[in-house]
Design a protein around this ligand. Sequence first.
Ligand code: FE2
Length: 336
Amino acid sequence: MSLNVLAIESSAHTLGMSVARQSGGKIEILSNCSAKYPSLKEGYIPRKLAEFHAKNTRALLEETVSKAGIKFSDLDFVAYTRGPGMGHCLSVGADIARALGSALSVPAIGVNHALAHAEIVRYLSGAKDPIVVYVSGGNTQILCLEAGRYHVLGETLDMGIGNFLDMLGRSLSLSPPDAVGVLKLAAQPDCKYVPMPYVVKGMSVSYSGMLTYAQKMARAGAARKQDICYSAQETAFAALCEATERALLLKQKKEIVLCGGNGRNRRLSQMLGLVASENGARLCLAADEYLGDNAAMIALTALLMAGKDAPKKDADLGVVQDLRMDSEPVYWIRKK
Ligand code: FE2
């Protein structure tokens, strides 16, 4: 008995679609396709992103099913991201799922995007009982799994680490004008560290003060752009590492799951790897394609939610822009 699901991810700038199969208790990702709206100086305008998603839907749907080597009639159910994300963008994904489910006479279910970020890395890395470090544009959270639910131990008190780096890249007019531009400059061999505001409160971090400070430095010409980028990155990651180490020690865990788009940053994974090894723990990673926004994580989580059988009816249709990882039970994980 196998279960095939097609998932749609449309929470922000990426339209993703994926087919995954569960067979014999194992989940296999058969295809993971995407179309990404380009990073522009104007930033992301939700209406334009939603139009982009709608325009790319048909071609991506056909590509995803074709790459999976299945037919539409092989699908047992459909899943989509119900939140968190931008309302306009989420609605496109929900509409596609409802229409596809209706056309194929199969159920459609909504999946928590934040939870899916954690679950794909936890599942693929074989982590059993981790501290989760979830880092993306709008999110920076440190969580642990207890009593069948992810609990937030600490988080950013203002902006997510990805948005912090994106805004820094934009205000320094880097190319590209985002976190990638910051990371490119920060990797220059002659970068020098200049002190930046460093905020860790309990297991939470704060980045807005550092952004203002870095912008002021750049305007005053007080440091080179690459030194600002390098110093901001090192300081932001160091604060996150300290908060993670506090969580690891408090909860006596031996695994750190790094998930979310900023998990692709090699400097961050290197620093968290040190935190893990210095505490006798393991850093659990997944391939880059499963860290940024992707539909494979929605497909995999939908299959975990379903268990052995396809859902009997539609569930959680609609969208919730401010859904959090700790807002629902992770009932499919059985701890010893
Ligand atoms: Fe995301």
